[in-house]
Ligand binder design. Structure first.
Ligand code: 13P
Length: 264
């Protein structure tokens, strides 16, 4: 049976390929990642997720061991299972295509597609209904940060998800990715202390039954050279990586460094 969920509680590194790669390119990148990881020998435990465009999911699935640590996640999901929603993809469809997890509420979707907090909550329920691990992205813009509204922003984004959770998901296992918008694709990563402060705010906004199981990731200009700065902290379970996940061997080096930092 395909493994459809990520391991509870463990380290988690996800590479978000955004709108990059044809299927053939995706398969080649995965091959390079796999050979880089294989050359490294036995690694500390942790899940590694690739979030390709929808169109590459099936091609990548064929090259992955369903029970292995390397798996697939999607970049978005609709909140309905099916219906008249042209252009959308549902959670059962993502499971069908081999996904274990799905990104929800990425800042690019919030900013470019006008995705709202209530849609993020509805998508989270849909993912959980289907057995997908939701990776919910939150984070402040530069303007919000400069206005001293980082905490306020994070609390509002997290609270919207908590308030919108269906009864059966009130003690679900959630992954929350802190991605400050000003750090995405800028080469200007947050410092570890900022990520820790955000992780604390996120956790404090969750009710105890969710906080007990939740994992917080950091995302925004994570590279092989700075991943350890985030993953060495027990409060940060892993990272969500954009640009540095596009090249297979570079992402492999990042994964190796991150998992080793986590196990130290
Ligand atoms: P970069 O790693 O390119 O900054 O992107 C981060 C991101 O948006 C991952 O979802």
């Amino acid at each position: 049976l395909p493994k459809t969920t990520v391991s509870p509680g463990g380290a988690l590194i996800a590479g978000n390929w955004k709108m990059h790669k044809l299927s053939s390119e995706a398969v080649e990148t995965l091959r390079q990642l796999q050979s880089c990881l294989a050359e490294a020998g036995p690694l500390p435990a942790g899940d590694v997720l690739i979030c390709p465009p929808f169109t590459a999911l099936w091609a990548l699935r064929a090259s992955l061991d369903p029970s292995g640590p390397l798996g697939l996640a999607a970049q978005d999901v609709h909140w309905q299972d099916q219906g008249a929603y042209t252009g959308e993809v549902s959670a059962p469809m993502l499971v069908d295509a081999g996904c274990r997890a799905v990104l929800i509420g990425h800042s690019e979707r919030r900013a470019q597609a006008g995705e709202t907090d209530s849609q993020v909550a509805a998508k989270t329920n849909a993912a959980l209904d289907a057995g997908l691990m939701p990776i919910i992205c939150v984070g402040e813009t530069l303007e919000q940060r400069q206005a001293g509204e980082t905490d306020l922003t994070l609390k509002a984004q997290v609270k919207a998800v908590v308030d919108g959770l269906a009864d059966q998901h009130r003690s679900a296992e959630l992954v929350l990715a802190y991605e400050p918008v000003w750090a995405i694709g800028t080469g200007q990563a947050a410092v570890g202390a900022d990520a820790l402060a955000a992780a604390a705010t996120i956790r404090a906004t969750l009710p105890p039954q969710l906080a007990a199981k939740a994992r917080v990731l950091y995302g925004g200009s994570v590279k092989a050279t700075n991943v350890a700065e985030f993953m060495r902290h027990p409060q940060i379970a892993g990272v969500l990586v954009g640009g540095a996940s596009l090249e297979g061997r570079e992402f492999g080096r990042l994964v190796i460094s991150g998992l080793k930092a986590k196990s130290r």
